[in-house]
Design a protein around this ligand. Structure first.
Ligand code: ATP
Length: 514
């Protein structure tokens, strides 16, 4: 199965099992907007809890807020979003399709990496045991030629982005002979800038109305509340403010399912530090955040850092945490050193002093900020991509199983009476009642037990508990484990302890060493 086929299956699975639906589907959907179904919302809430608790509960010096989506329009002038929150777009005249010019070039560069990898793989086969990859990469004329071609483009691309040189960006696309994937032609328009913010009117009449924006990031709600939180919480530097909430971007190209949406959710934390210490904190947060991702157990080799070629207008250092999606390594989270840009600009635009009095230093200053910013939906897709598994079973059977970390699973336990009689449903209901205050538990009595197991595998339920004839005699049940499919006999009185041990968030948090 190709990675593309795998991704298609994953999208279909998300719909079939109540994880993600296209928005307003009965009207044929709305581009890049999605709804979460009965299982999706549970998984999403668990991801949010994993993030929130790891920030707010496990750090004494981080607190949370929940700011409004609508903000005073000056906020977005101060933050630079009105003037500079743009993406370069380009149209293909033949297919009439629109693309992000920077993404076209980035995809071209990724293709060069693939080409080099192919050469390396071929050589490995040829040389067998004695193959030395490093040496081959630094001596093979073919690999060196591709690497050099890529480097030249990368240098031009970085400069074009930093200089905002749209003509040069188009020239790179032409020079690299990039074609439209739909029409296959190079009939491109010029590159133009496109502002990503959605606007609407506030006020009852059009004349008296004010243009306001749907926030494109949650961070600004934190910056404008810096003083409120610092004063009321008597916070001392360094300290952080965390927030989870919706953000909106009028993305030019909506692709890859919930990877790039027009309405999405962010989990952001702004960490305020003494000027001059920001690089140290940036490195620390890189480490802390990588540990958070890796604790989920999806394989350390599937994550990497990618430093930005172009720094945003507010940053002096930036890196992305990338995950190996079915469509390649892509950003899940950004870790940015935002300097004193945001607080400084709000101070300027509001005319209010936004500073921190440092008693040790005996002076006031605008703190520097290190930000960690992750998309809930993108994280959701990351978790689903990693968990989705197709298995061939003995006897020719096949199953689809979501190998979710137990703490994130939408349903923790399914309780199944073997038959719908002889008092088994009543005992099963009692077990549900005992567990339901702590966990999301389902009761299922329809179809054969085998079919019920498959249904639970497909949504990632860690435990299936079957009530049978023996239960009525000795108060034990069969517990079937999702990943191993092993079954064991467990006393009903031990069930809660077993579920606690496997499904608690504490188990995940302990891996973080915070
Ligand atoms: P990209 O380069 O993919 O457009 P970005 O660098 O603009 O992303 P940030 O502004 O750093 O993204 O946003 C922080 C995080 O918010 C991203 O790492 C991503 O997880 C999430 N995010 C950003 N834009 C979207 C979107 N359109 N849909 C879903 N998640 C998004």
């Amino acid at each position: 199965m190709t990675q593309e086929e795998l991704f298609k299956k994953l999208v279909a699975h998300c719909k079939e099992y109540g994880f993600v639906f296209p928005s307003s589907e009965i009207y044929d959907g709305l581009g890049a907007v999605y709804d979460y179904g009965q299982n999706g919302v549970e998984l999403k809430n668990n991801i949010k809890r994993y993030w929130w608790d790891s920030m707010v509960k496990l750090h004494e010096n981080i607190v949370g807020i929940d700011a409004a989506i609508f903000m005073h329009p000056k906020t977005w002038e101060a933050s630079g979003h009105v003037g500079a929150f743009n993406d370069p777009l380009i149209d293909n005249r033949d297919s009439k399709k629109r693309y992000r010019a920077d993404v076209l070039v980035e995809d071209w560069m990724a293709k060069q990496d693939e080409k080099m990898q192919k050469e390396v793989d071929k050589a490995r086969k040829r040389f067998g045991e004695s193959f030395n990859e490093e040496q081959y990469r630094s001596t093979s004329p073919r690999v060196l030629e591709i690497a050099q071609k890529k480097q030249v483009v990368l240098d031009r691309f970085t400069k074009a982005l930093n200089d905002n040189d749209l003509e040069e960006l188009k020239q790179i696309i032409l020079d690299c002979e990039i074609v439209c994937p739909i029409s296959g032609t190079r009939n491109w328009t010029d590159v133009r800038q496109f502002n990503l913010m959605f606007s609407t009117q506030m006020g009852s009449t059009a004349e008296g109305a004010n243009t306001i924006y749907l926030r494109p990031e949650t961070a600004q709600g934190i910056f404008v509340n810096f003083l409120n939180v610092q004063k009321t919480g008597r916070m001392k530097l360094p300290f952080g403010i965390a927030q989870i909430g919706k953000a909106f971007r009028n993305e030019i190209v909506a692709r890859q399912f919930i990877f790039r949406m027009r309405e999405f959710e962010q989990m952001e934390m702004q960490f305020f530090v003494q000027p001059g210490t920001e690089m140290e904190w940036w490195s620390k947060w890189k480490e802390t955040r990588m540990a958070w991702h890796r604790a989920l157990g999806f394989g350390d080799e599937n994550y990497r850092f990618h430093d930005h070629e172009k720094l945003a207008h507010y940053a002096n250092a930036a890196t992305d945490v990338e995950y190996n999606f079915p469509f390649g390594f892509k950003e899940v989270e950004g870790i940015h050193s935002r300097t004193d840009f945001d607080l400084g600009r709000h101070q300027e635009f509001s005319g209010k002093k936004i500073q921190y009095f440092d008693a040790e230093r005996g002076e006031s200053y605008v703190p520097y900020v290190v930000e960690t910013s992750i998309g809930v939906d993108r994280m959701f897709l990351q978790v689903m991509s990693a968990a989705y598994t197709e298995e061939q079973l003995e006897g020719g059977d096949q199953r689809v199983v979501l190998k979710l970390p137990a703490a994130l699973a939408p349903v923790k336990v399914a309780v199944l009476p073997l038959v719908k009689k002889d008092g088994m449903p009543e005992v099963a209901r009692k077990i549900v009642d005992e567990l339901k205050y702590d966990y999301n538990v389902v009761y299922d009595e329809k179809d054969s037990v085998g079919k019920r197991y498959r249904r639970q595998d497909a949504v990632g339920t860690p435990f299936c508990v079957t009530v049978d004839g023996q239960t009525l005699e000795d108060q034990t049940v069969t517990v079937r484990h999702r990943d191993s499919m092993q079954q064991e006999r467990v006393a009903i009185s031990d069930l809660k302890r077993m579920v606690d041990q496997e499904c608690s968030f504490a188990r995940l948090f302990k891996k973080l060493n915070l």
